[in-house]
Design a protein around this ligand. Structure first.
Ligand SMILES: NC(=O)c1ccc[n+]([C@@H]2O[C@H](COP(=O)([O-])OP(=O)(O)OC[C@H]3O[C@@H](n4cnc5c(N)ncnc54)[C@H](OP(=O)(O)O)[C@@H]3O)[C@@H](O)[C@H]2O)c1
Length: 310
């Protein structure tokens, strides 16, 4: 099969398309013919060697966790899926997922059936981002209907799904992005849009129940300022959470890491089937343009998601 192989830590020029052996499946796995695969900031942090989990990897590496495709073989212990099923999922995160390939061996419990409303490209774009947003808002944020949530970086891969999930959960949602993304973020259903390049959230907001901060770095300090006493800050990007809590000891602040879950995807599928979740794919690229995909992602200006295919 063909795969996008990373030869060394460093920049995106270390990717090349190569012929490699097809993966073998374990009893709990299925073999998926990959129709599209997604990229995430975690991919470039792993590629460069800066992600903490990258230390367990050895080169050459096939990166990639997000994919959608068709099952072509089923392990002996797998009962939930059969050959021919169209599936999607985040494979083995944060271990090597090896999804930048024509075939991937995936544990069955990482997968769900691809919702009929999603193309393969949209399904491949979704898993890591949508699981992150879902787990942040529900498992960690305990978001309840009627509460107010601020989503920082509402136009990004995770943020645009966070906005829609929070709305589906019955919250009032405020989203930040730069002005060029205002129409897009409003189309997702936000009750209020804030252009972070012209307005400081801490000067216009207060008494917020939950901030889902997907921007990271210094934004977590501003995010903490807008919370009501007892409010929650859930961050997914790097940032000095201990310093945030020094300044706001009356809030709960947590940096979380997404975990793979076919069950969560099945719950999310119901929202997709009900038309409550749009997956924005801003670009579909051929697999040999992986370096370009990584460079774009590293610019931190991507709207929605980038996906690739062979
Ligand atoms: N811990 C976890 O489990 C986990 C899971 C997923 C992602 N992450 C991390 O979360 C971060 C976001 O991931 P992602 O996939 O959503 O990234 P992304 O798609 O690359 O995010 C890009 C978006 O962020 C917006 N943005 C950038 N800086 C901003 C700021 N200061 N305020 C508001 N919006 C801003 C940009 O909007 P404009 O172009 O309009 O500025 C752009 O649309 C990354 O650092 C990623 O590694 C962590």
């Amino acid at each position: 099969m063909k795969a996008v192989v990373l030869s060394d830590w460093g920049d995106a020029s270390n990717f090349s398309v190569q012929d490699v052996p097809n993966p073998a499946i374990r009893p709990n796995e299925v073999l998926v013919r990959v129709r599209a695969f997604g990229v995430n900031p975690a991919d470039f942090k792993t590629r460069s060697g800066t992600a903490p989990y990258a230390k367990a990897y050895t080169h050459p590496i096939i990166l990639g966790w997000d994919m959608a495709g068709d099952i072509v073989a089923v392990g002996s212990e797998v009962t939930d899926f059969q050959q021919g099923d169209a599936v999607y999922g985040m494979v083995n995160f944060p271990e090597p997922g090896q999804a930048y390939a024509e075939y991937v061996a995936a544990p069955a419990d990482n997968l769900a059936l691809r919702p009929a409303k999603l193309t393969y490209e949209q399904a491949a774009a979704a898993p890591l981002a949508v699981l992150t947003a879902w787990q942040a808002l529900t498992e960690h944020g305990h978001l309840e209907a009627g509460q107010t949530v601020l989503v920082q970086a509402a136009s990004g891969g995770v943020g645009h799904l966070g906005v829609q999930l929070a709305k589906a959960l019955g919250a009032k949602v405020i989203g930040t992005a730069s002005g060029k993304n205002e129409a897009f973020v409003k189309s997702l259903g936000v009750d209020e849009f804030i252009d972070y390049t012209t307005t400081k959230v801490e000067e216009v907001l207060n008494d917020i129940d939950l901030v889902f901060d997907t921007a990271g770095a210094d934004t977590i300090f501003q995010s903490a300022e807008v919370l009501k006493p007892g409010g929650r800050l859930i961050s997914i990007a790097y940032g000095a959470m201990d310093k945030v809590l020094d300044k706001r000891p009356d809030i709960t602040a947590e940096r979380i890491l997404v975990h793979t879950s076919g069950d969560d995807l099945r719950t999310i599928n119901k929202l997709i089937d009900a038309g409550k979740l749009h997956i924005e794919v801003s670009q579909v690229l051929p697999a040999d343009q992986m370096a370009e995909a990584h460079r774009q992602l590293e610019s931190r200006r991507t709207t929605g998601k980038i996906v690739l295919h062979f």
